[in-house]
Design a protein around this ligand. Structure first.
Ligand SMILES: Cc1cc2nc3c(=O)[nH]c(=O)nc-3n(C[C@H](O)[C@H](O)[C@H](O)COP(=O)(O)OP(=O)(O)OC[C@H]3O[C@@H](n4cnc5c(N)ncnc54)[C@H](O)[C@@H]3O)c2cc1C
Length: 407
């Protein structure tokens, strides 16, 4: 007997939005995740006195139409959105806090910026497109590190079309926002309807064809059955699971590179740190690639910081440097947390791999979604998941506000 109409492997925003869409279409859904709670890259850390800060994704925009439609389905609707305060970005140069304006070569920028009007993103890497628009020295020194902070890895070789998409903005949402209690609340709320069951600490080891045309999903200590399965895991994990059921899709997924992102989160009392207010601190060179703060939703007592570490940095070195950066010894920190996720590192030609996966999936009761199809943004994940859910449930996806410009 089936354990659910649909088993979703991976409970990040991709898996939870797919589960939600299928549950609304009447399916019973079981979500399995290797972690302890729904969210994946949505990871809101609970500090003291109800203070929270983001260890993963932190910002949504009024242009996230598919995501906003999910929010409208959840208790509280758009009333749960909190506009983010504009506190700007700071660079860290040789240990000094600087502004972008102070570091950019303005002459080089002005000489190159008009190229934006003729350049096209298609077939270009981020560096080829944006580097040409800001000038090579500006790219090398300032914009390369700033762009690397977006996907928490060097963005130079990403397809330009996958980063900073232009989308039409909705008028009923704040320009940029988070949610009451932080963004992980999205994944938690999506997991709450009665026909969705979320099982934590459930790492899927294998996926096999079932005798009845469905699937057998193997955990370390159990075998579960369902007529439909959706994979919402990073590409390396998807490649491992697809091998026995859809080899051409497995092969295409295996070609998508990945990288691990390690994060150290710290909360301190407001009065303890002399750091100026900023949404992000981006070092040109340091043990961390970026530091994302809670200053966008100011708190009377505490400040929170997520340091996304550079690869190969020893944790002890990171802790030493974070104490120095915050100007607060570890003994006075009120919270310390760690998190690790896997992100895709797409390259030019990525669309060929996606097309191969979609060809292999067509007509099957299997779906594959994630942040490695259209892009890494939460909106890209939800759009892909809604389309895959509609295919599985045999429903027509509601129109998604289209990308209006992707030059
Ligand atoms: C630090 C950081 C900041 C970001 N900031 C933003 C932002 O501000 N705005 C924005 O739009 N985007 C942001 N992003 C990108 C966005 O958060 C992610 O692309 C998106 O959340 C990924 O969702 P996902 O569900 O596709 O994957 P994930 O969130 O990675 O979820 C995959 C899940 O699969 C589970 N899993 C893996 N293997 C197995 C297995 N074998 N069995 C069971 N479970 C498994 C994992 O435990 C995980 O929970 C950020 C990403 C990071 C890392």
């Amino acid at each position: 007997m089936a354990d659910a109409d649909l088993i979703v492997v991976g409970g990040g925003i991709s898996g939870m939005s797919l589960a939600h869409t299928c549950a609304r279409a009447g399916m019973s859904v079981l979500v399995l995740d290797g972690g302890e709670s729904p969210g994946g890259c949505l990871r809101t850390r609970q500090g003291p006195d109800d203070f929270w800060y983001e260890m993963g994704a932190h910002t949504c925009y009024a242009s996230y139409d598919a995501l906003l439609r999910l929010v409208l389905d959840l208790p509280g609707g758009l009333g749960t959105l909190i506009p983010r305060a504009k506190v700007g970005m700071r660079l860290v140069v040789d240990g000094q806090i600087r502004t972008l304006k102070q570091e950019i070569r303005l002459g080089e920028l002005l000489a190159n910026a008009p190229r934006m009007f003729v350049l096209r993103k298609a077939g270009k890497t981020v560096r080829q497109y944006w580097g040409a628009a800001v000038g090579p020295r500006n790219w090398e020194r300032v914009f390369g590190p700033v762009f690397a902070a977006v996907p928490s890895q060097p963005a130079d070789d990403f397809p330009a079309s996958m980063l900073f998409k232009s989308r039409r903005k909705r008028k009923d949402a704040p320009r940029s926002f988070t949610r009451t209690g932080g963004l992980q609340s999205l994944a938690l709320d999506l997991a709450s309807p009665p026909n969705i069951q979320f099982r934590p600490n459930a790492k899927v080891q294998a996926l096999q064809p079932g005798r009845d045309g469905g699937f057998v999903v193997s955990l370390q200590d159990a075998a579960l059955h369902a007529p439909h399965v959706a994979l919402a895991v990073p590409p390396d994990a998807a490649a491992g699971l697809l091998g026995t059921v859809l080899p051409p899709a497995a092969q295409a997924a295996a070609g998508v590179a990945t990288c691990a992102v390690r994060t150290v989160g710290v909360a301190v009392r407001r009065e303890d740190t002399p750091l100026p207010q900023a949404a992000f601190f981006i070092p040109l060179e340091d043990v961390f690639r970026s530091c994302v703060t809670r200053d966008t939703v100011p708190d009377a007592k505490y400040r929170g910081f997520a340091f996304h570490l550079a690869p190969d940095v020893q944790e002890s070195d990171a802790i030493r440097r974070i104490q120095e950066f915050l100007g607060v010894p570890e003994g006075r920190w009120v919270d310390l947390a760690r998190h690790q996720v896997v992100l895709p590192s797409p390259r030019l030609g990525h669309d060929t791999a996606v097309a191969a996966i979609d060809r292999a999936l067509a007509g099957t009761p299997l779906a594959v979604t994630g942040n490695w199809f259209a892009g890494l943004a939460l909106e890209d994940c939800v759009q892909r998941s809604v389309a895959e859910a509609s295919r599985l449930a045999g429903t027509v996806p509601a129109d998604v506000v289209p990308v209006v410009r992707s030059s």
